[in-house]
Structures are given as structure tokens and as C-alpha cells.
Design a protein. Structure first.
Length: 348
């Protein structure tokens, strides 16, 4: 059974019989976990193992474990700093900031791999314009080259731990003030402005070998009337052809308010896949996920299935072994610096 084009979620700490049946559907391809699914490292490892054991190849399992405000697993996991913390470090000591970003990227990925999670939806490559509350300190910096270099260092650590990286939110969510979870943000800038700034981190990270990208639920109305995630222009003309991206394109969550402009759940899924997404996310709405499972029963994209294979995690260490690794101890000590001085009054 190959990877289907739908990533969905589950309700609690354990799978229900209905959820098992949904995950065995050929259209299912992955599971995204949330805080409600997490009770302890051992519990999440058991849950992940059960999900992976349902079928072959195993379903992909992902989580949002960026750090700062967006970290789904906390108790028993290191408290990760937000991306902006690395940007502030960079202003004081660029070389040290990149070294720390690489170590923390490794820590994030190694801890997730120790419980079997395949990848995190990170890093955020949006620019910190100071306009978007939903992005805020999730952005590394305002400057495109700084974002690219810090994200690259972070990704190097992630790769060392056996995990793929997912850059978001293409072509850039940092300029708009609206939260696409709750409304439809519209970016009124011209293409040249976006190309010169927002796209630069994505281009650099593609060149550095980033495996996956998630588009923004944003309309760039001077460029294309459709949301970026439903736009052939953004996903095929720009991302695939102009930027030469050969990796996986994940849709953002199709239950977000901004996605409603594409219609019902079946229409949203078809629109995203037809635009160029390889896998679509439907979260926090089991009825919507069921609708997509039914609607995509005859969908088949061998190229997407081949790309998705790259997202499986590799070389996981048991938690006990991981905690004896000198890199883990060093990274945890760096985390302690953040705990003590989140405002960055550090002696660098």
C-alpha cells in the first residue's frame, strides 16, 4: 500500500477503532499529532509505534515542534526557544548563533526521532516584518539572508538526527497582519517585492537540500487571485519551475478559515492537489477528513508517492541512549541559557 495524499489527525492518547479504519484507507498517508495526543514520552512512543505498525510502508507521522509558542510535546522534552531567539543571538555573534541553531535543530529532531516521529513542520522561513501576530517570534529575523543562514544551520542539525525539514509558509506569511487560522489574509505587495525578500530564504533552503515546503493560506492579489496553496502559479510556475524545487509540497490545514474560499472539504482537497500539493492536511474535523477519504478514492500520483518516501525518519536513538549522548547534554545546557535569559542578556 503506497502513501495516500491525506494527512489527518486523531482525537486522543490512543487510537479508536474508527481511527484505525480511517488510517487503513488507501487515501490516508500520514498523521499529524497535537498536544491533546501527548501524555508522556513513553505514551507517545507507544502511539507512534501502533500507527506505524498499521501498514507498509508506514504512515508518515508529523508534529509542529518549532519551539517557543509552537511546541506540541513538552513534558519530558526540552523546552525549545522560538526562532527569533536565534536571530537576536545572531546580532551579537553570528558564528555562535549558527552553531547554537544547529545544535538545537539536532536536539529537536533527535528527541522526536527517539519516540518515532518522522518529522516536524519546521523551520518557519517567513520574514519577521513585525506585522503578523501569528508569525511573530516564530520568524528567525527580518533580513532574508539571516533567515536563510540560521535556518540552514538549524536544518543541518535536523539532518544529523535523521529527520527531513519542512519550510513554511511559502511564498511568505510575514507581511500580512491577518491570521489565516481565523480569516483570509490578503497581501497587496507586487511580485518584485516578494521575489526580492520573502522568496530568498526558500530559494536558499531549496539549494541547501530542504525536503519539503508548506504554502501559506494567503492571497497575493496583485499576482494571483487564489490562495498560494491552491495556486498553480505559485506551486508549479514559481516553486517547481523557477525555484526548481523537487521535494514534497504539503498543504496547510484545509480546515483553517482562509481555506474556505475553495469550497467544501472535497473541493479544497482537489483544488490543493490539482494546484501541485503532494499531500493535504485535514485537522480537527473528522467529518471533513472522512469526506476527503471518500472523494479521493480514485486519486493516484506516483510522483508524489515517490517524493513522500523521503519524509520517513532515519537512525532513531532510544531515549536512554540519547540522554547519554554528549551532544544531548551540550544542547540541554544551551537550552538552560534560554531558560535563564530569554531576553538574550547572554555573555557571548
Amino acid at each position: 500500500m503506497s502513501h495516500g495524499p491525506l494527512m489527518l489527525d486523531i482525537a486522543g492518547f490512543e487510537l479508536t477503532q474508527l481511527e484505525r479504519e480511517m488510517l487503513l484507507h488507501p487515501v490516508a498517508g500520514g498523521v499529524i499529532l497535537f498536544s491533546r495526543n501527548f501524555q508522556s514520552p513513553q505514551q507517545i512512543k507507544t502511539l507512534v509505534s501502533e500507527i506505524h505498525g498499521l501498514r507498509e510502508p508506514p504512515l508518515l507521522i508529523a508534529v509542529d515542534q518549532e519551539g517557543g509558542r509552537v511546541q506540541r510535546f513538552r513534558e519530558g522534552f526540552s523546552r525549545l526557544p522560538p526562532a527569533a531567539w536565534f536571530g537576536e543571538l545572531n546580532k551579537q555573534n553570528s558564528k555562535k548563533a549558527k552553531s547554537i541553531a544547529q545544535k538545537i535543530g539536532w536536539l529537536m529532531a533527535a528527541e522526536l526521532r527517539s519516540v518515532g516521529v518522522d518529522f516536524s513542520f519546521a523551520p518557519v522561513l517567513d520574514l519577521g516584518f513585525g506585522k503578523s501576530s501569528v508569525i511573530g517570534d516564530r520568524a528567525f529575523d527580518r533580513k532574508p539572508l539571516v533567515v536563510a543562514e540560521l535556518a540552514h544551520a538549524w536544518m543541518m542539525g535536523v539532518h544529523e538526527a535523521g529527520m527531513a525539514a519542512v519550510g513554511k509558509h511559502f511564498p511568505g506569511h510575514g507581511w500580512v497582519s491577518g491570521d489565516s487560522h481565523c480569516e483570509l489574509p490578503i497581501d497587496h505587495r507586487r511580485l518584485g517585492d516578494i521575489m526580492m525578500e520573502d522568496l530568498l530564504p526558500f530559494q536558499r533552503m531549496i539549494d541547501y537540500g530542504m525536503e519539503a515546503i508548506m504554502p501559506a493560506h494567503v492571497i497575493y492579489d496583485h499576482i494571483d487571485p487564489k490562495l498560494a496553496g491552491f495556486s498553480k502559479y505559485w506551486l508549479q510556475d514559481v516553486l517547481r519551475k523557477q525555484l526548481n524545487f523537487q521535494g514534497v509540497i504539503f498543504s496547510d490545514d484545509l480546515t483553517m478559515a482562509a481555506a474556505e474560499e475553495a469550497g467544501g472539504y472535497a473541493q479544497r482537497a482537489h483544488a490543493a492537489l490539482n494546484a501541485g500539493c503532494d499531500m493535504v492536511l485535514v485537522c480537527n474535523n473528522s467529518a471533513g477528513a472522512s469526506e476527503v477519504l471518500e472523494a479521493l478514492g480514485d486519486y493516484n500520483n506516483p510522483a508524489a508517492q515517490m517524493r513522500l518516501i523521503r519524509m520517513h525518519g532515519r537512525k532513531a536513538q532510544h531515549r536512554e541512549v540519547l540522554h547519554m549522548d554528549p551532544r544531548w547534554r551540550e544542547s540541554v545546557e544551551l537550552i538552560a541559557l534560554y531558560e535563564e535569559s530569554p531576553s538574550l542578556n547572554l555573555d557571548l
